[in-house]
Design a protein around this ligand. Sequence first.
Ligand SMILES: C[S@@+](CC[C@H](N)C(=O)[O-])C[C@H]1O[C@@H](n2cnc3c(N)ncnc32)[C@H](O)[C@@H]1O
Length: 207
Amino acid sequence: MTARAVAFVLLSALFAGAAAAQGVAADRAACERSYKPERGQEGKDVVWIPTPDTVVQRMLQMVDVTPADIVYDLGAGDGKIAIAAARLGARAVGIEYNPDMARLAQCYVNAEGLGGRARVERGDVFEADFREATVVTMYLLPDLNLKLIPKLLRDLKPGTRIVSHAFHMGGWEPEQKAVVDGKDVYRWTIPAPGTPAYARAMAAARQ
Ligand SMILES: C[S@@+](CC[C@H](N)C(=O)[O-])C[C@H]1O[C@@H](n2cnc3c(N)ncnc32)[C@H](O)[C@@H]1O
């Protein structure tokens, strides 16, 4: 190939990439014409505040998300964690109580062209069926994390990884902790029933 031809191919690829990015931005803006959420707005059990991008990336890294994973984000907000997990090739599901927010998040998923791998459903994290998850992500509150422990232990397979932005699980000690741009991130793995680790996790829920 001549130098001119190489330059043409590279420029074409660059323009195609820029046009695609513009298309996604326009589609996302269209989603917001139906509903535009505000940071700190009320949710059922916790307000909506999005996890910063750097923290999202670190959360998914800490639980080693791969295309083999099924990632559930409990309290999905605008779907950014589900979208980031789907970009890594995983199947991703967000559970969001606020129906307008769930619709917006699904609109963003579609705008990103990730509808085949990700979805955001309207639901309550305390009732939703997330037994198929291999990874669970959360940005809730300490008391909600504690309230969720029995369901996490009962429903998830041993070996399922859990990552939480900002909030720990009391006496259920995390196996890893990181600080990203001043925000705490914690990781746990669901232990097998009957093990001391399982008993410790269950005891944490009763504290
Ligand atoms: C702090 S935001 C986190 C959003 C997203 N996971 C993130 O990290 O960017 C918590 C979200 O949980 C939702 N929420 C509150 N209570 C809920 C419940 N019981 N079930 C499902 N979602 C809930 C709120 O509407 C809000 O969007």
